[in-house]
Design a protein around this ligand. Structure first.
Ligand code: PLP
Length: 395
């Protein structure tokens, strides 16, 4: 079932593969590595691509298809292909569209493992890259090369919550025939649909808000039919497949994405407001607070401010670590977008493999703290932050 006139919540809940003759209400889990055919002729036709059908779970699986179909509908793209993790989605988006001799551009404000792909693995394939400062349009032409084929960005970025103008960047990319890839992990399609602003491919770590409960890894690449067909062909050979079980979890999770995001945003906005006049922190970032440097852009590009808040704590690395240790409710862990609130220290964890210069260039100091605000009662979260600040002050 899939009706293009449905609104977001209805698509997220009602897009479903056909029921079996058991008449189940919830989609069953298809744990099978291959699929059988009536006869040799049918088998040949499906293999040749002349007829639809499942062949082998590295290519397709009904649970994976349901999840990808939902993601395409929610992102407003023609098609989508799901992968085993966010990083495989990012890597596949590069390797499907770039060949040796090509050049790509990326913002500096990117996830640590994405930076590691650029630094350590693209050069092995003969692909070069440069960072581009997307806040300075007058400089964009200067980093372009005749072989520039792709531009990659995250908005809001992990962990600094920088916001970039997708519409403006996409018109720049279109005028030079450059493929624009946007990592929409922090916003989810509920808060922002990059394809509506002209992005060619939208990639996700579904591990984060899409699962939303800290259980499984997953990734997805959304785009037009032609682009997604190329992604599919690449993945069919390379095999970064999403497991049916994880796809089943992720498709179920999408049913509650809208209500979860509303609460994540509501809690995060209240916590950002509480932190706004706190004297033990500086450089507070929350896209929906007027103090955010790209606040005006955030309110036009995003439906709400998201569930992530970041700031720097006064007192250096030891204060940063003491603050983390002082929290009792927030989990000290590397994930984000969970029902459980999470505190992390990117400089020594998720972004530790970035060079010191790269970290400092995007504001990841030893004092930098990232909060992923969960779905607990906001009063309990504020009480926990309060007692951690109090302990720090009286250390
Ligand atoms: C976590 C994350 C990824 C990587 O996703 P995995 O599912 O962990 O492989 C990519 N981009 C961003 C912005 C992320 O936060």
């Amino acid at each position: 079932m899939n009706d293009p006139s449905w609104k977001f919540e209805t698509s997220a809940i009602r897009i479903q593969i056909p029921t079996t003759r058991e008449g189940e209400h919830s989609t069953p889990l298809y744990l099978t590595s291959s699929f059988i055919f009536e006869d040799a002729e049918e088998m040949g036709e499906v293999f040749a691509g002349n007829r639809d059908g499942n062949i082998y779970a590295r290519f397709t699986n009904p649970n994976v298809d349901e999840f990808a179909t939902k993601m395409a509908a929610l992102e407003g793209t023609e098609a989508a292909f799901a992968t085993g993790s966010g990083m495989s989605a990012v890597y596949v988006s590069f390797m499907t569209f770039l060949v040796a001799g090509d050049h790509m551009l990326s913002t500096r404000e990117i996830f640590g493992s994405t930076a590691s792909i650029l630094n350590n693995f693209l050069p092995k394939s003969g692909i070069t890259y440069d960072y581009i400062d997307l806040t300075k349009p007058e400089m964009w032409d200067l980093v372009l090369k005749p072989n520039t084929k792709l531009l990659y960005l995250e908005t809001p970025s992990n962990p600094g919550l920088a916001i970039f103008d997708i519409k403006r960047i996409s018109s720049f990319c279109k005028s030079y025939g450059i493929l624009l890839v946007v990592d929409n992990c922090f916003a989810t399609p509920y808060l922002q649909r990059p394809a509506d602003f002209g992005a060619d491919l939208v990639v996700h770590s579904a591990t984060k808000y899409i699962d939303g409960q800290g259980r499984v890894l997953g990734g997805v690449i959304c785009g037009n039919r032609d682009h997604v067909e190329k992604v599919k062909n690449f993945c069919r050979s390379v095999g970064p497949s999403l497991s049916p079980f994880n796809a089943w979890i992720l498709s179920k999770s999408l049913e509650t994405l809208a209500v979860r995001m509303d609460r994540h945003c509501d809690n995060a906005h209240k916590i950002a407001t509480y932190l706004a006049d706190h004297r033990q922190i500086k450089n507070l970032r929350y896209p929906y607070l007027p103090s955010h440097p790209q606040h005006e852009l955030a309110i036009t590009q995003m439906r709400q401010g998201g569930g992530m808040v970041s700031f720097e704590i006064e007192g250096g690395l030891s204060a940063g670590r003491a603050f983390l240790d002082g929290l009792t409710l927030f989990s000290r862990t590397a994930n984000l977008g969970d029902t459980r609130s999470i505190v992390s220290h990117p400089a020594s964890t998720t972004h530790a493999r970035m060079t010191v210069e790269d970290k400092l260039a995007v504001g990841i100091t030893d004092e930098f703290i990232r909060l992923s605000i969960g779905l607990e009662h906001v009063d309990d979260l504020i009480a926990d932050l309060d007692q951690a600040f109090f302990r720090l002050k009286n250390k």
